[in-house]
Design a protein around this ligand. Structure first.
Ligand SMILES: [Fe+2]
Length: 339
């Protein structure tokens, strides 16, 4: 049931539908479950007189709800776990693309457009990884990489808006953004064409998950040894998929294949060590772990970025190439708003 609410009366757990387009507020989507008081504050600051609350969704329990409504809410709770990209998908592709290329747009709005556009690209490829979709998606990723390389203000904002809901699509885009930004720092005098290809590899690093049972990927409990083996097959599966479509460079496929290898030889699938791991895969692995730590999972709250970087340094430093990791930390200390 939809009800109008004053922003001052909102509560954490409510499913809110903001009244106007995604440009008029700081959120990535118009409809979402309120997850913190800070979000309520941001909605109040956006100046809306009233917003719509869908009482059948979200996690907030409305006292006046009938048993029937509560039962409906339980069924609808699956909507809460819909990938954010499903929301991004509802935004008109033309409007988004135009915003991505609009140099007059303030960087905070342009970065939102870039982020949502990226979600759409990854969503399309992951839902149907045909050669045609990969060819088209690759071209679109090139556009995103060009904006990240060409516009420092927009890319700085991008680091600030990466979503912390953990879904394969948002994870892919976050890792893509972090890894392209890190590559930009590390590969001074880079060839833009190489960077575009790398961007495609970073965005698609988890493509192999399309061939894995989603129930295993989403399982909140501890994996069985058999399930762990299945999950650990995703780098090889992704590599095979890209090999079959024959559309991406070897370096790009190496990112997909090696992003879970670790400097100490304890990664997978091949237990490579140190220099056996390609530079681009070392970059991807650092970005991948940061996003895993800063994302919300069914079994854990997200760490903030600086706490996550500290954990990586104190507890996992032998997983990463030390100099590349230091550059990564600097990227955030230089660009991230501390809240
Ligand atoms: Fe992965």
């Amino acid at each position: 049931m939809q009800k109008k609410y004053s922003p001052d009366d909102l509560k954490v757990g409510m499913y809110v539908e903001l009244p106007s387009g995604w440009f008029s507020h700081p959120f990535l989507k118009n409809n979402f479950v309120i997850s913190s008081d800070k979000q309520i504050e941001q909605i109040v600051k956006s100046g809306f007189k009233e917003v719509v609350i869908d009482t059948s969704k979200g996690t907030y329990i409305f006292e006046e709800m009938s048993n029937k409504e509560i039962a409906e809410k339980k069924e609808d709770n699956t909507n809460v776990t819909q990938p954010e990209s499903m929301e991004a998908k509802e935004i008109d592709s033309g409007e988004l693309r135009e915003a991505v290329h609009n140099e007059k747009l303030p960087p905070e709005k342009r970065s939102k457009a870039v982020y949502n556009y990226s979600l759409k690209i990854v969503n399309t490829i992951f839902e149907n990884p045909t050669t045609d979709n990969i060819v088209e998606g690759k071209k679109n990723i090139y556009e995103v990489v060009d904006v990240i390389l060409g516009n420092n203000d927009t890319s700085k904002y991008l680091l600030n808006i990466t979503s912390h809901d953990f879904y394969t699509y948002t994870h892919s885009v976050n890792v893509g953004v972090f890894a392209i930004m890190l590559s930009k720092e590390l590969l001074k005098g880079y060839d833009p064409n190489v960077m575009r290809e790398l961007g495609a590899g970073f965005f698609l690093h988890d493509l192999g998950k399309v061939d894995i049972d989603p129930n295993i990927i989403k399982k909140p409990d501890k994996l069985t040894p058999q399930e762990r083996l299945i999950i650990r097959s995703h780098p090889q599966k992704g590599y095979n998929l890209l090999e079959k479509t024959n559309q991406l460079s070897e370096e790009c496929k190496i990112i997909v294949m090696q992003h879970h290898e670790r400097e100490n030889g304890k990664g997978y699938p091949n237990g490579l060590r140190g220099n056996e791991i390609h530079l681009y895969a070392r970059i991807a692995s650092i970005a991948d772990v940061l996003d895993a730590l800063t994302s919300r999972r069914p079994y854990k709250e997200p760490y903030n970025i600086f706490d996550a970087l500290r954990i990586m340094k104190d507890e996992m430093i032998d997983h990463f190439h030390k100099d590349i990791f230091s550059q990564f930390v600097m990227l955030f200390t230089k660009n991230l708003k501390k809240t």
